[in-house]
Design a protein around this ligand. Sequence first.
Ligand SMILES: [Zn+2]
Length: 241
Amino acid sequence: MIEAIKGQQNVCLALCRCDSCGAETSFNALHVAGKGGSAKLRKLALREPGMVNKSLIDRGWSVSPRGVTCPQCKQAKKTPQPIKEFAAMAANVHPIAQPGLGSVTELRTPTREQKRQIIDMLTAVYDTKASRYTGAETDLTVAEAIGGGILFGWVAQIREDLFGPAGGNAEMEALRDDLLKLVDTYGTQLARVNAQITEATRILDVLRMDRGELAKVVERVAAMSTKLERICKSVGPKGAL
Ligand SMILES: [Zn+2]
């Protein structure tokens, strides 16, 4: 709210009051010249409201047809805006439906026609005896195959209700079997290599032992040879004489 008031010494002022919190500011502003009569009864009015608005804006206030706002309130109003934008963004994001659980927040539901399409497709690709999908099918591939905005959460719901558990599919099972075979094959090979290492280590130990024995024998022979040489030397000259 902006109004014309008289300040001390009858000075002409513009009084501005924040419409949100009531904070006030006042500054010199020209008033409409009096038209006679008692000054006290005369209604005061600003001569140049536009100038007053400009002064307010220069002071950090905002002025709009809804009223005036002090800098503090202006700041406070500004701050929550990103949160509002975020909330709007969040409202536009569709929650991801989880297979088997359905979706708590997803309000869209399949039409009768869509339900029939899902059932038809599940009948074609779900193996109720094995309680699993055939081939490489999943809730997602079924939803994508039908198209038309079908959510895989709907497929999951109808499959759970009328067909059976997700239980993977034939291809996944085949892969799992292959994997188990590989684990088995390499497990056997690993055991064999381990046994070979153990055997090689044992042989190495025997060889080391033999080497030790041989070294001792060589040492003894060398010692005997030295002794023999010494004996020959002591015998030799005497025999020659
Ligand atoms: Zn305020």
